[in-house]
Ligand binder design. Structure first.
Ligand code: DC
Length: 230
């Protein structure tokens, strides 16, 4: 079957915009597959650092490792983050740590690694449809997506959301520091030469600063139904 006929909903945006939770809830509601592309970069970063941190800076070896990686996702209910199985072993919470985010941002800046992960991302495109979450889903990975959403929220709102999340989990958190980290991460993501964070020309921009998760899910679901009915 031509994979191009499988509809893709591309959801891109910066960290903390809520796109991950929204994407998973939409995939659940639609009964579609879900690609957490950030988790692919995180898994590659973890796998590379296990071999040795030097590998993180060897573009060709990194690309070879990316091609050979066996990565599987196990979807979780109610918008909870997917579990990641790397070479047959559940990575556990290590996939969501700040350190795996740091490793991911290093490998994400390597064009050869991005190219090597492209095929893995395309393999997620299966019937009846795919919700793909990331930074470059609509621009690079699935340019023919049926609907492209670029989710934004002000840095202050994203810092507050992260602050609440950490507090709820019982972690110590500093709002000012979180805000600085988010601004730094935005600047790094926007500066990526291989795939900078920017909306596709045909993306719908959705500012979620004053919207709840369920509002965002409903809005995107409505837009998607319109597109599918065309
Ligand atoms: O969304 P996240 O925090 O799990 O992403 C981790 C890192 O991977 C972040 O630095 C951005 C990068 N990334 C990317 O470059 N392209 C994607 N499609 C997804 C994530």
């Amino acid at each position: 079957m031509n994979s191009k006929i499988v509809p893709v909903l591309a959801i891109d945006g910066p960290s903390g915009s809520g796109k991950g939770t929204v994407g998973q809830l939409l995939a659940e509601r639609l009964g579609w597959h879900f690609l957490d592309s950030g988790a692919l970069y995180r898994a590659l970063g973890i796998a590379a650092s296990r071999v040795g941190e030097a590998l993180l800076h060897d573009a060709d070896a990194l690309a070879r490792l990316a091609v050979s990686l066996d990565i599987r996702f196990v979807p979780q209910p109610s918008g909870a983050p997917v579990r990641v199985i790397l070479n047959g072993t559940d990575v556990g919470d290590a996939i969501r740590t700040e350190d795996s985010g740091r490793l991911a941002s290093i490998v994400a800046a390597v064009p050869q690694a991005r190219a090597a992960l492209l095929q893995k991302q395309h393999a997620f495109r299966r019937m009846p449809g795919l919700v793909a979450d990331g930074r470059d889903m609509g621009t690079t990975v699935f340019p023919d997506a049926i609907l492209k959403i670029f989710v934004t929220a002000s840095a202050a709102v994203r810092a507050e959301r992260r602050y609440k999340q950490l507090k709820e989990k019982g972690f110590d958190a500093n709002l000012r520091r979180l805000l600085d980290e988010i601004r730094e991460r935005d600047a790094r993501d926007a500066a990526l030469t291989a795939s900078p964070l920017k909306p596709a020309a045909d993306a719908c921009i959705l500012d979620t600063s004053s919207l709840s998760i369920s509002d965002v899910v409903d809005r995107i679901h409505g837009l998607l139904q319109e597109r599918l009915a065309r």
